[in-house]
Ligand binder design. Structure first.
Ligand SMILES: NC(=O)c1ccc[n+]([C@@H]2O[C@H](COP(=O)([O-])OP(=O)(O)OC[C@H]3O[C@@H](n4cnc5c(N)ncnc54)[C@H](OP(=O)(O)O)[C@@H]3O)[C@@H](O)[C@H]2O)c1
Length: 326
């Protein structure tokens, strides 16, 4: 099969498009013909050698997929050849074929196309789990989504709306994205790189602040978030896009019952896979009912994976980038 292989850690040009052996299917796995593989920030970190769950070169990147089952292992009971699935694969999804555990594969509803399905597993799975199981958000609560124009950010806004959240604020560090975000039903969009967004959020919430903040920025943004986090509020820190170290004053948490929780969907998948079943069932329900609109920035041929990584690293994308076999 053709695939993208990282032969050494480095810049996007280490993503080589070449011919490699097909993956072998274990007894509890399905073999998938890839129809779409989404590009996640974790793929960039893996290529650079900085992903906490990453592999050593040579490896095929890609941690989510949508496609057609072409073979099943001897112990597989839920799927057969021809089934449409989205999955968290065991082998890289930047390829024409990959394998995934049956337990981490999910049927794609008939009404959902492969590109939409491919965009969802990591980005939409992460936000669904963060909002429902980690932050345990209630429909009357107010939410701030940082980097709301990103792949995860656009999904967060959609999943929050599907959960009945009415008051949603977004942030971006790229002013040109404000107009694009304006159409997504956000109450206001702030600049997460500025010192003054907490005041804006407080002014917009009658001085009360927000109840839940999804923060993939880290660093000093956590300190700023604390200035606009309401009593009983929860910050879920799930990325370190700023690259800055954090110095969080824990003494401001307990007097008002506020908390900061770290979250890694990859760590959950690896060590508590049984706990994401309910999340994925809920997400697939949203997709089936047409309750979330998935923003696809662009589709690129698999051979142009390096270009896809440059787009993400240069902050050019609004929504998800999906690789497709040409
Ligand atoms: N913990 C988990 O389970 C989990 C799962 C998925 C993703 N994540 C994390 O969530 C974050 C977003 O991932 P994503 O896949 O949504 O990525 P994405 O689509 O590329 O969105 C990232 C956005 O972050 C902003 N950004 C800030 N610093 C950046 C930088 N140095 N390089 C590129 N973009 C930067 C940009 O928004 P502006 O232009 O608005 O600044 C960009 O659009 C990443 O940190 C990723 O590691 C974590």
């Amino acid at each position: 099969m053709k695939a993208i292989q990282v032969t050494r850690f480095g810049e996007p040009d280490v993503l080589n498009y070449l011919r490699v052996p097909d993956p072998l299917v274990a007894a509890d796995q399905v073999l998938i013909e890839v129809k779409g593989a989404s590009v996640n920030f974790a793929d960039i970190k893996a290529r650079q050698g900085g992903y906490h769950l990453g592999k050593k070169p040579p490896f095929i990147p890609g941690i989510d997929v949508a496609g057609i089952v072409i073979e099943v292992g001897s112990k597989v009971t839920r799927f057969g050849a021809g089934d449409r699935v989205l999955a968290f694969p065991a082998s890289g999804s930047y390829a024409q074929k990959c394998v995934a555990a049956e337990s981490l594969s999910f049927a794609i509803p008939d009404s959902v196309d492969f590109i939409t399905a491919a965009a969802c597993p990591i980005a939409a799975g992460t936000v669904t789990h963060m909002l429902t199981s980690i932050a345990r958000i209630k429909s009357h609560e107010r939410l701030l989504v940082h980097a709301a124009a990103g792949g995860v950010g656009t999904m967060a806004v959609e999943v929050a709306k599907a959960l009945g959240i009415k008051i949603i604020f977004g942030s971006t560090g790229s002013p040109w994205k404000i107009e694009r975000l304006g159409k997504k039903g956000l109450m206001a969009i702030v600049d997460y790189t500025g010192e003054d967004y907490p005041e804006s959020i407080k002014a917009l919430t009658d001085g009360e602040g927000v109840d839940v903040i999804l923060n993939p920025i880290g660093g000093r943004s956590i300190n700023r978030d604390l200035k606009c986090l309401a009593p009983f509020g929860r910050i879920v820190q799930f990325g370190m896009l700023s690259g800055e170290p954090s110095a969080v004053p824990v003494e401001v948490l307990h007097p008002t019952n506020r908390s900061i929780t770290g979250f890694s969907f990859g760590h959950y998948r690896k060590f508590r896979p049984e706990l994401i079943q309910a999340t994925m069932d809920r997400l697939i329900g949203f997709l089936e009912q047409g309750e979330i609109e998935v923003t696809i920035d662009r589709c690129l041929p698999l051979s142009e994976a390096a270009q896809a990584h440059r787009c993400l690293e240069n902050r050019e994308a609004v929504g998800k980038i999906v690789l497709v076999d040409e």
